[in-house]
Design a binder for this molecule. Structure first.
Ligand code: G1P
Length: 295
């Protein structure tokens, strides 16, 4: 079984749900507590053993590239001023030089198109895709869980989570034929099905392990849901020759593509921080109590 070394991060989206903040700041740079959103997906990938990081960007995403660059002047200054913890915070985000690539997607043609642009950088080996909007809080990173399971299943693997029937149309959905522990063997995948046409409520969440055969399918893909080239459709088209598994990861997922999800994630992650949790819980308890009294 080949070791999964490379990960693709599609970050070309416009982030319109976060306007006006995203007018001049990429959505992926918005801070979740004190780390930009993109850092959470990158940390999860590093924990899972990923060594090469491929970002699919678009116009206006240069701050992401700067963010992952070293900041030697700043580091020197922090060192000179004895700001050790700030320096450590900075160093903890550093990715190995020469292991990052940025590819521009010139028009918003869909997730399938974005992933297809990584073909020449991924080459002929299995790889991971992480959608940074999906933040997963878990004792062990969701991608690491998937890679461990993938050693037994091979093929394509998508993270899944059960959602309520009225939410299925916002997701890709798998049609499971059999379950083995947390793994669901899929017969079919459908992108954004109408609620009454959904084959199940096992929704795809933004973590994928893909065999290189996906690039052939992406190359042949026609427009799908929303008129865009859909990764779900390419995986579905590959089912006759490559098994597809849905993996019900352990952990809590936040949809940080929505303001509601972003705020919830901020509270959940802040409550885990020793330096913040005490005051924050008191504040939240007081607020909730005064709202209840006013109601
Ligand atoms: C994308 C995928 C979809 C998946 C979702 C998870 O959709 O196309 O299959 O369920 O991410 O977040 P998007 O949210 O970009 O519309």
């Amino acid at each position: 079984m080949t070791h999964i070394r490379k990960a693709v991060f599609p970050v070309a989206g416009l982030g319109t749900r976060f306007l006006p903040a995203t007018k001049s700041v990429p959505k992926e740079m918005l801070p979740l507590v004190d780390r930009p959103l993109i850092q959470y997906a990158v940390d999860e990938a590093r924990e899972a053993g990923i060594e090469e990081f491929i970002f699919i960007t678009s116009a206006g995403k240069n701050p992401l590239e700067d963010y992952f660059d070293s900041a030697s002047a700043l580091e020197r200054r922090l060192q000179d001023n004895g700001k050790t913890s700030a320096l450590e915070a900075l160093e903890s985000t550093q990715l190995p030089e020469g292991r990052l690539a940025f590819v521009r997607q010139s028009a918003p043609r869909g997730l399938g198109h974005a992933v297809g642009l990584a073909r020449h950088l991924v080459g002929d080996e299995p790889f991971a895709v992480l959608l940074p909007d999906d933040v997963i809080k878990a004792p062990r990173g969701a991608l690491g869980q998937m890679i461990a399971e993938h050693k037994h299943t091979g093929g394509h693997m998508v993270a899944t989570m059960e959602v309520s029937p009225r939410q299925v149309s916002a997701y890709g959905v798998i049609d499971p034929i059999a379950a083995y522990g947390r793994s669901l063997r899929a017969r079919r995948l459908v992108e954004k099905p109408a609620a009454d046409k959904a084959p199940s409520n096992d929704a795809i969440i933004g973590r994928y392990l893909l065999e290189p055969s996906i690039f052939e399918q992406l190359g042949n893909l026609g427009p799908g849901a929303g008129g865009e080239l859909q990764l779900t459709d390419a995986i579905n088209a590959d089912i006759p020759t490559t098994p597809v598994t849905g993996f019900r990861f352990e952990g809590e997922r936040f949809d940080c593509g929505s303001v509601q999800g972003f705020v919830q994630a901020t509270v959940a992650f802040a409550l885990e921080r020793n330096a913040l949790s005490g005051d924050l819980s008191d504040f939240l308890a007081e607020r909730l109590q005064s709202r209840a009294l006013a109601a």
